[in-house]
Design a protein around this ligand. Sequence first.
Ligand SMILES: NC(=O)c1ccc[n+]([C@@H]2O[C@H](COP(=O)([O-])OP(=O)(O)OC[C@H]3O[C@@H](n4cnc5c(N)ncnc54)[C@H](OP(=O)(O)O)[C@@H]3O)[C@@H](O)[C@H]2O)c1
Length: 244
Amino acid sequence: MLIVTGGGTGIGRAVALAGQAAGKRVLVTGRRSEPLAALSDLSEQTGRSSGRIEHLVCDNADVDDVGRLADRVTEPVHGLVLAAGGNPATGRPDPASLRQVAELYQATLDSNLRSTVLTLAALSGQLADDASVVCFSSIGAEYSSGFYGPAKAAVAAYAAGQAAELGPRGIRVNCIAPGYITDTEFFADQMRSERAEQLRQQTALGRVGHPDDVVALVDFLLSPASRHITGQNLHLNGGAFTTR
Ligand SMILES: NC(=O)c1ccc[n+]([C@@H]2O[C@H](COP(=O)([O-])OP(=O)(O)OC[C@H]3O[C@@H](n4cnc5c(N)ncnc54)[C@H](OP(=O)(O)O)[C@@H]3O)[C@@H](O)[C@H]2O)c1
């Protein structure tokens, strides 16, 4: 079974559809029911393989919701893709008080780090012995201002620690740090065309990323072909940021 958090839209949705096409049973989560139901409907209509996509409305940063997710899982989890996340600061005015600073800080950490931590902790016992876990950091962890970058840096650090914890069971944990990926809800209609062009020009390849670019790396990390790769933070950004 493949579980994809934040699977109703963007990268998670593309991962779920690829899982279905590969014949997997996929369970997607998200806080809004509409995109999840639409994806499940699409999955039934296309019926292009023996795979299927089920959904559960679940705030992955909420202890009770994540507990319900763990109760729903009745078979070994071979793939766990923790795509739930985002930047709550997008489209909002800057915090105008210390209380608002604290609220934005908490919302950003909850959406990205807490959702990852709680979901992995809740499902740890249900992971198969050859399971692969994929977390989501961001190029923003390298230089983003505000709290999104720090939250994503923490996700990458957490993933590395979990790789050490779960490695003795044969379970691998890696992190993907995407650059700008189009066709997602991440920017919530706030991405101006000038800014998108700027980001394209920052890549070495002169192209922006698409969810399918991420799917290719996720599929590799979920497959036995990556059996000796764990504890890594893999950048996927067309060369906009290099590690050397
Ligand atoms: N797009 C980019 O350029 C980019 C770049 C770097 C990193 N990333 C990361 O890639 C991952 C996937 O994002 P995306 O680009 O595909 O954007 P997206 O379309 O906004 O997808 C994020 C999904 O996460 C869900 N989500 C957010 N908080 C959640 C929570 N607490 N519990 C459950 N679901 C939650 C959202 O649905 P609900 O609102 O319905 O819950 C949404 O479906 C994120 O972690 C993001 O930070 C994206």
